[in-house]
Design a protein around this ligand. Structure first.
Ligand code: 13P
Length: 261
């Protein structure tokens, strides 16, 4: 983390879990556990169908809301899609783009991910652009080459001067939902590499302003050491974000990591 130059963000990605009628109980529990004094932003990225319910249930709790995907198109005959305009009208703040599950199951490419990021930015929201290598790529020594390419591809859609309004999430695919976390050194090294790519393309000021999150089996046990790495500015939390106590403990870990810095 580096609180002088950029925000620390703990964001929960619920993926396709919970039904709307379960949201209120979740919100009540989360409110009880979340630390009152927070040193980071907290956000929940939930299914489209849950955004309004959750926002109502957690109003006045300083929690940002958002979605897990978006259409790259503006409007029109695109059955099943949800536009950036619709999300901004619901006061969504963050939108994940390019999650590896969307790349795998919905055919998102580096180019559609860039288009989606631009659509989100265009409506004044913040895209959380996900990048990360597969196990095979890591084992073949391609981690930095592959993530660099993903970052460059997404960046080619981001107008100069708008870097401050994006977030990048490094999520190694082999660490997602597997219980296998990248070590703080491994994750920190890739996040530093991503920042170096930003610096080379957009300059030092822009690079230091971008929050880079780590995602992949982050939990209360490993959050503090991951968050202690200088280029890891928060977490994108899957499974643990569905457990209010665990998610809150990860939020607590931000303060603990800051104390030790
Ligand atoms: P897990 O925390 O369940 O590994 O998921 C990470 C993730 O994919 C967040 O977007």
């Amino acid at each position: 983390m580096n609180k002088k130059y950029r925000k620390t963000i703990i964001a929960g990605n619920w993926k396709m879990n919970l039904v709307p009628s379960e949201v209120k109980a979740f919100a009540d529990e989360l409110r009880a556990f979340l630390p009152k004094a927070r040193t980071c932003e907290v956000a929940l990225l939930v299914p489209y169908t849950h955004i309004s319910t959750l926002r109502r249930a957690l109003k006045d709790n300083r929690i940002g809301f958002g979605a897990q995907d978006v259409s790259a198109r503006d409007k029109g005959a695109y059955t099943g899609e949800v536009s950036a305009d619709m999300l901004s009208d619901m006061n969504a703040h963050y939108v994940i783009v390019g999650h590896s599950e969307c790349r795998q199951y919905h055919g998102d490419t580096d180019f559609t991910v860039g288009e989606k990021a631009a659509a989100v930015l265009g409506k004044g929201m913040c895209p959380i652009i996900c990048v990360g290598e597969s196990l095979e790529q890591r084992e073949r020594g391609l981690t930095m080459a592959y993530t660099t390419y993903q970052v460059l591809a997404a960046l080619s859609y981001i107008p100069e001067g708008k870097e401050r309004q994006i977030v990048i999430a490094y999520e190694p695919i082999w660490a997602i939902g597997t219980g296998r976390t990248a070590s703080p050194e491994e994750a920190g090294e890739v996040c530093a590499g991503i920042r170096a790519v930003l610096r080379a393309k957009r300059g030092a000021r822009a690079a230091r302003s971008v929050s880079i999150l780590y995602g992949g089996s982050m939990n209360p046990g490993n959050a503090k050491t991951l968050l202690s790495m200088p280029d890891i500015d928060g977490g994108l939390i899957g499974g643990a974000s569905l457990k209010p106590r665990d998610f809150s403990q990860i939020v607590d870990a931000v303060a603990l990591a800051a104390q030790e810095a």
